[in-house]
Ligand binder design. Sequence first.
Ligand SMILES: Nc1ncnc2c1ncn2[C@@H]1O[C@H](COP(=O)(O)OP(=O)(O)OP(=O)(O)O)[C@@H](O)[C@H]1O
Ligand SMILES: [Mg+2]
Length: 603
Amino acid sequence: MGKIRILSDNLVSKIAAGEIVERPASVVKELIENSIDAGSKKIDIELESGGKRLIRVSDDGEGMTRDDSLMSIERHATSKIRELKDLFSVSSLGFRGEAIPSIASVSRFRMITRTHDQVIGTVIAVEGGVVRSVEETGAPPGTTVEVRNLFYNTPARHKFMRKTETELSNVIDIVERESLSRPGIGFELLSEGRALLRLPGRETVSERISELYPGIGLHRVLAEAMGVRVSGLMAGPLDTRSTTQKLYTYVNGRGVRDRFLTRMLIDSYGRMIEKGKFPQGVMFIDIPAGDVDVNVHPTKNEVRFGNARLVGDLIRESITGMLGKAPWLDGRSRGFEHAPGGFVPAREGGAAYGGPGSGDGEAGRGVNSFRVYTNELETSAAHVPSIGHEPDRHAEDENRAKGLFGESGFYSGLKVLGQLGDLYIICASPDGMILVDQHAAHERINYERLKKAYTGSGTIHTQDLLVPEVLELSPHESDVLSRYAVELGPLGLHIEGFGDNTCIIRRVPALLKNTDLKRLVRDIVSEIKESGAEKSLTDKIDTVISTMACHSSIRANYELGPEKMKALLCELDLAEFPHSCPHGRPVAREISYTDIERMFKRT
Ligand SMILES: Nc1ncnc2c1ncn2[C@@H]1O[C@H](COP(=O)(O)OP(=O)(O)OP(=O)(O)O)[C@@H](O)[C@H]1O
Ligand SMILES: [Mg+2]
């Protein structure tokens, strides 16, 4: 007899279970997905010890006959696909026919099920993959699966289960994820008899979402092309989290944890959010079934797109579309009637307020009064000098050309009350008070100016240095700089001559004139060095631009007169993403009347 043998079904199931069932949350996921596929309207999940001791999932779905329930514990037994071609148009969540046998092979498993047209149900008990009993039983229509002592017979896996709280939090995450795309189904999660989630069936996804993101402002995102639709509700860049846990993505209604999708989403926020922070929200990708492969991994958490670039572009478009409108500032246009002085955001139905939910009656009230203020601003703002180290004629010309000073925007529409700590500009807003970080604001303005110059959509004023600066570099630095010198040209930074490990700075952008150029160039070189080989040129240049913007910006501890403050706010309105600095820190924060009233214990 040869040395090769076919493994027993029981062993194969245990091997498969290693991939599918990683922890209690994976069991919950598979069982919920089966309940969803069975057309359930209500799914209840009960846990003991975070699912380590017991997981019970009950549904009111179609149930199974005795024969089917016996089949369901066999490997590769499924009612969901029949032939290969079904795999490419599968609309159910399951299709592999592996989940039930895998789970049953690594636990003490019991399934009670009854179809709606039968009077008696079936109860099957399986232990470590071995069927112990099959009996008739009285049961309501639907299916209940009990999984006890998960991994009791696979010690290596058992050891890897975490603390009850950790496992519990993973289960909550899964239930939330599954429930978000199925608002019509009611979900209830009990742990040690205590209800942790109670989500009644809802009409719309938005209702379900708002239940699961209490107090978080979520904004509609949407982009569509070539039969692919990307839609969802995402939080603004100030509502970030320290993990991606509350960032849910769905492909054709299937919750996935796909690295490509998550990365695209995070990248779309770019520098709007701080390093180490993550956006939150819910995104649905609807794509013709033939253009996506869901059979990539046994957990079905990953997908492959036929046209990944299109999907990526649409995600980016949908997010940047939302970010550009800054809908998270919408609240500021409301509550106008409480605002003494009547200073309201001044862009009439303009982009900054054109986000979802705007244009309602409340916002309308604000618009009326801003016109009065706009006139006032026209006279004052037309003459304001630019801020920074020298008047930036270019920006002024640009502003005039666009007529934007006259039109006014959100920031320029605020009434400047003064400066605090030589760093913060204090403004009155319709809802209270806004503090603008002058350094962050200026950094954002210069960042965008430099970026436009680099991409060719704008020009930057440069200045030849009367006395060129000579900088000594290490051989490595010299090498790095010589390779990137050409890229720095469009940014207005002309550096030459790398012989003898020295370089000469000949020309600089006007906005960098008064800065410590040697330090700037050294910073740029080390940024490029540190960004490593895996970063694209665009990313590298982006870092360089942020560094230049930072060096060129008015520092903290710099007193600004009223006109300069006004000018800064006016320029901020011209920025595409005015609400955060290139490093993701916020440019402005609001202290609302409600906050103030709370401070004074008026509420
Ligand atoms: N809650 C349920 N209600 C009704 N039928 C169910 C339920 N759970 C499982 N089944 C039946 O048992 C079969 C096997 O379930 P199992 O989860 O093992 O495989 P699957 O869902 O078809 O595929 P996958 O392995 O991808 O989940 C299903 O195809 C379905 O017919
Ligand atoms: Mg299944």
